[in-house]
Design a protein around this ligand. Structure first.
Ligand code: 4AD
Ligand code: MG
Length: 431
């Protein structure tokens, strides 16, 4: 008898198989027991018919407790009424690990309770669906960048640089020196782009932000492509193609997960239509003012402004060329204005806000040196970065997609914490 995962049920219809499972729920009458099961790949039903099994098996089926692990054997049947489409008629049950008083019962629980039990909660169908989509987005990311000639260059986690400002750095000791946990791999990707033309990184990044919002994690994962000989306009095209590709792959490969989450597929399909609208920061300010927002030029958008802008277009929207004063030191200055830089944020609709931050990079040595000093950083720590402007500097652009922000939008969840297996939040580092 073959041991299978239930995800492959379609290849084993009417066959007798063995599966390792956990019990999620059950109900029974005098003649039949319905076992709600999961094997890690899917959620499905096992049916135990009293007349067809040993007395002991039927008794066991009635007594098993939630999250008991077991080997079952039985025959796979098609079952058009169930969401999954297949069920197993159970013949034998062998308990592997008992479970008593499983804390997450089928009733409703509060978020804090669930987060305290995240190590167990991951077994439930919603987190399972979200992590399935997370896995698909990561898979599609590697596919997209490999198909487009990018080389993955891993950036270090322990660094001496602060690309995104010094206020939210995680400090640590590095033997007898200071070091920080990476806020962004960007500066290293720039070195990579000048060595490999097109590169990307995917890794954890850290921000000691004292923000307690639906959009902020302390530890999050970022995808950071960087491209040599590339100006902003071309970079925006790469960005929108990448996002549309991610959404399309989730639609194509995660239908069951989207259904579990009640995510409307027609809405997602709209986000595969390109190009996405582009407006300048100046135009965004005008649009906000016309719609009674109390904003002045120079203001950094918060959640209400970003929500309004993306909803106005009903599509992800690029906001271009923000004021220099509210953006990091490395961005390329505008050719004719000294108050804005060549950058763009991509804002997701439905209230999700910024999912990508990107820019063309400053290429002039003296300008960049000056910006580093003005940002209060020590140019000595950035000598290597400045070298990139000394030896064959080229126009180059890049961007960072916050994986969990993108996932929150794609899955339609309310809070970014739902999209990472073990969230690190202002008040949470357990489990
Ligand atoms: O806009 P940010 O700060 O840009 C950078 O770090 C650039 N160095 C990226 C680059 O050009 N290579 O961050 C990029 C993205 C944001 O758009 C957002 O999606 C996500 O990272 N992000 C966060 N996600 C979760 N929690 C936080 N605290 C985040 N901060 C940024
Ligand atoms: Mg940003």
């Amino acid at each position: 008898m073959q041991q299978i995962n239930i995800i492959d049920a379609k290849d084993h219809v009417n066959e007798k198989v063995k599966i390792g499972v956990w019990l999620t729920n059950k109900r029974s009458s005098g003649k039949i027991a319905f076992l709600q099961l999961r094997d890690g790949t899917e959620f499905f039903q096992g049916v135990v018919l009293k007349k067809n099994v040993d007395e002991a098996v039927f008794e066991m089926a009635k007594e098993i407790k939630q999250e008991t692990s077991m080997w079952i054997t039985g025959v796979i049947h098609e079952d058009a009424r169930s969401k999954f489409g297949y069920e197993i008629e159970v013949e034998t049950i062998e308990v592997v690990g008992e479970s008593h008083d499983y804390p997450i019962t089928p009733k409703e629980h509060g978020v804090d309770f669930l987060m305290d039990h995240r190590h167990l909660w991951l077994r439930s169908s919603r987190p399972h669906a979200i992590m399935t989509i997370r896995n698909e987005v990561i898979r599609a990311t590697y596919q997209f960048f490999n198909d487009h000639g990018f080389t993955k260059i891993d950036a270090p986690i322990l660094t001496g640089s602060a690309p995104e400002g010094t206020t939210d750095l995680f400090h640590t000791e590095y033997f007898d020196r200071d070091a920080y946990l990476s806020q962004s791999g960007q500066l290293y990707e720039e070195a990579g782009a000048l060595a490999f033309d097109k590169v990307f990184s995917f890794g954890p990044t850290f921000r000691a932000e004292k923000s307690k919002t639906r959009r902020h994690l302390i530890e999050f994962w970022m995808i950071e492509p960087e491209m040599a000989f590339m100006h902003q306009e071309q970079s925006l095209e790469v960005q929108e193609q990448y996002i549309a590709f991610l959404v399309q792959n989730v639609i194509d490969h995660c239908a069951g997960a989207l259904k579990t989450l009640d995510r409307d597929v027609e809405t997602l399909k709209r986000y595969t239509q390109l190009p996405y609208p582009r407006i300048s920061y100046d135009e965004a300010i005008d649009l906000l003012k016309e719609n009674d927002f109390d904003v002045d030029w120079g203001f950094d958008f918060g959640s209400p402004e970003e929500t309004f802008l993306a909803d106005h277009f009903d599509q992800p929207v690029f906001v271009l060329n923000y004021p220099k004063a509210i953006k990091p030191f490395y961005m390329k200055p505008h050719p004719t204005r000294d108050d804005v830089v060549i950058c763009a944020d991509l804002l997701a609709p439905e209230g999700y806000g910024e999912i990508i931050g990107g820019s063309e990079r400053a290429t002039d040595y003296d300008y960049l040196y000056d910006q580093i000093v003005k940002a209060g950083l020590d140019p000595k720590d950035y000598e290597w970065y400045l070298d990139l402007r000394k030896y064959g500097s080229v126009p180059h652009s890049g961007f960072g997609l916050g994986l969990e922000r993108a996932l929150t939008w794609i899955t339609g969840e309310d809070h970014v914490r739902e999209t990472i297996p073990f969230p690190r939040l202002l008040n949470r580092i357990y489990p």
